[in-house]
Design a protein around this ligand. Structure first.
Ligand code: ZN
Length: 300
């Protein structure tokens, strides 16, 4: 089975807490049979531009260190193969892309294939769900998203507010949400409403389910079955073929019991099977659906 994960903060963790253990390690990815792990370059704890620029430089160096140590970079998600681990870069918070369209091409060259338009700060492109739900994309945000689509960088709507989400779809660009859950099952502002999910699935988008307990249930009390509830809810809304996993490992300080790191993914797969999610639907969720999204988004 090809297994893909569209979000973790391991590069950030290794950069700001060097020497500390991480959830995601190459050994664990190999043991768990992960084919494609997306590694986010995350905007960080300071909204100051100079800090962000410095942090991105440091994180990219960390990433180069990983590839020098044997982590194999995928420049395209469709390089994913069963039994081989590849890692792919993403951006979480487009502050680093807000000054020029040329910067988008630079990061594409470095291998970035998805970019969350915002993290929790308003930036030159858009406004996050954390700030408000009604401010739409900024003019430069529209330009940047067109350029991303042209270059094969998937706009990622996790953290983006609702109006921005609808603006992207109305532009005719089909985004993904790399690490988001269902608002109907957990009321967090950053989760996707049923209307958003239905529209995303109809358009041929993609959602990677986040493993963070506070995005899965209002009281933060979760089991593997809670994740299965979200998967089944998305399937009920037309999500077959359009969903997968966006663990958020190394970015979440609390875990669903029994889902601590990539080694626990087989237990999640077993839970889904027990809940009746099997066959092609399950192998799609595990990884193939992400590759199919890129076939639609960036046909080669
Ligand atoms: Zn995030």
């Amino acid at each position: 089975m090809i297994f893909c994960d569209t979000h973790c903060d391991t590069v950030y963790a290794l950069t700001v807490r060097p020497g500390m253990p991480t959830d995601v390690t190459l050994e664990r990815l190999e043991k768990a049979g992960v084919s494609l792990q997306t590694l986010a370059l995350y905007v960080g704890a300071s909204p100051k531009k100079a800090d962000i620029v410095r942090l991105f430089d440091r994180m990219f160096k960390t990433f180069l260190g990983l590839t020098a140590a044997g982590w194999r970079q995928a420049m395209d998600p469709r390089e994913a193969r069963e039994g081989e681990v590849r890692v792919m870069l993403s951006i979480e918070g487009c502050e680093i892309l807000e000054d020029s369209l040329e910067s988008i091409a630079l990061w594409r060259q470095r291998g970035v294939r998805m970019a969350a338009i915002t993290w929790n700060y308003e930036n030159g492109l858009a406004t996050p769900a954390k700030v408000d739900s009604t401010t739409g994309l900024k003019p430069y945000g529209r330009q940047a998203i067109r350029e991303m689509a042209r270059l094969g960088i998937a706009p990622d709507t996790s953290h983006l507010n609702e109006r921005g989400f609808w603006d992207i779809l109305e532009m005719g660009v089909v985004p993904l949400a790399s690490h988001s859950c269902c608002r109907a099952l957990c009321g967090h502002q950053r989760n996707l409403t049923d209307e958003q999910l239905k529209a995303l699935f109809r358009a041929g988008g993609y959602v990677g389910l986040n493993f963070y307990p506070w995005f899965l249930s209002d009281d933060g009390k979760c089991t593997l079955d809670t994740l299965a509830d979200h998967v089944i809810h998305m399937l009920d809304l037309g999500g077959e073929g359009y969903i997968g996993f966006g663990s958020d490992f190394d970015g979440i300080e609390e875990k669903v019991p029994g889902l601590d790191n990539p080694l626990d993914v087989p237990a999640l797969i077993e839970t889904l099977q027990r809940r009746g999610v099997t066959g092609d639907i399950l192998s799609g969720i595990a990884g193939k659906n992400l590759l199919a999204y890129y076939d639609r988004f960036d046909p080669r």
